[in-house]
Design a protein around this ligand. Sequence first.
Ligand code: ADP
Ligand code: MG
Length: 446
Amino acid sequence: LWEHCINQLKAELTSAEFNTWILPLQARVDGPLLRLLAPNRFVLDWTRKHYADRLLELCARHSQGEVSEIHFEVGEFARESGPAKGKGARAGSKASVIDSDLATRRAAANLNADFNFDTFVEGKSNQLARAASIQIARNPGGTYNPLFIYGGVGLGKTHLMHAVGNVILASNPSARVVYLHSERFVAEMIKALQHNRIEDFKKTYRSVNALLIDDVQFFAGKERSQEEFFHTFNALLESGQQIVLSSDRFPKEVTGLEERLRSRFGWGLTVAIDPPDLETSVAILHCKATQLGVELPEDVAFFVGRRIRSNIRELEGALRRLVANAHFTGKPITLEFAKQALRDVLVAQDRQVSLENIQRTVADYYKLRTSDLLSAKRSRSLARPRQLAMALAKELTKHSLPEIGQAFGGRDHTTVLHATRKIKSLRESDATIEEDYRNLLRMLTL
Ligand code: ADP
Ligand code: MG
């Protein structure tokens, strides 16, 4: 309940207001009563005066009317020292205080409690990224700093970052963690500049124990933000605090970033997440199905896993649809049912050969990693498959040359043009290339 209220208030208030007045509060529900403890008289008076009405409204709404009164006191609920789980469970109410405290800290950190390591299915495609994340969650500020996770959309980067943050928060009651999308970082910085609060802004981000910045490719072209982030980055590294970054491509290839930032992103450990192979897709489907409270027959899981190839987010979408459909019609989820229920999704999927699909199919075909295909590496064993993939992208999709270049690790459109010409002439002179091309074409359009 308290977590809902806090999340709502967080959206309504400025972060300075929220951090000063709401964050220090501890909450406990006692029947119809919400007891709020403030650390001192000053905070108590202020919050009672300014936020009591709104809090009551939110509590009533989120408890379906059960909570109807708020009590403010100065003080602190007794806190268990350390993660002594057994004891906390015995003193039931104490445990819930600790939980609500964690919930508050989680909200302040922008962390989603559902994204944790327990719900992250391991597979070959994400093994390294997962292992590195676990290592960092256990030992933040240690050897791997920064951790840089890169990979395509919907493959689990954000999930892993939240998981890291959640572990750090839960294992250290005094740790300050902040997760932020890079666009939010930019927006917050602009707001701080407008309100003459840039010093506060600096202080806020330079005093955290773990800073998790998602999708850093969005820093491209935003020079002032890069400058600010550069200093924050250095300050945190110097004082041994953990930084985790994510992007859709390798650090050196994030275009529109200052060179010094790009090179620094790669100082620690850089790990890729690749699209899942079939077995991992199937395992993820089973895991998500269990979370939704249904059991998925093996043939259905394989069917969906094989047909939805683009990314895990879409895999999840298809599953949700299947479950909802079964729920409405009261029918069991069989293979026939799945084919029927997912018909439009699959037709749409088939009609449009996506760039990701091409990359993945070509990578599979040559037993490479998708991330290598998108990297700057120029070895012959990568360059040829990469050119083939670009040529296929030109032939099979409506994407422009610059778009294709962008999707292939931010390459220039002339590179794509060169690739298509090269493959065209090779297909005439080299029988192996011609055969590969035809095979791939068939696999992609079947
Ligand atoms: P990204 O940030 O790389 O675009 P997300 O982390 O948002 O991707 O993941 C998209 C969805 O897929 C999320 O709902 C996430 O929980 C789920 N997901 C991704 N990888 C896994 C995995 N290995 N196991 C379980 N769920 C996953
Ligand atoms: Mg993401």
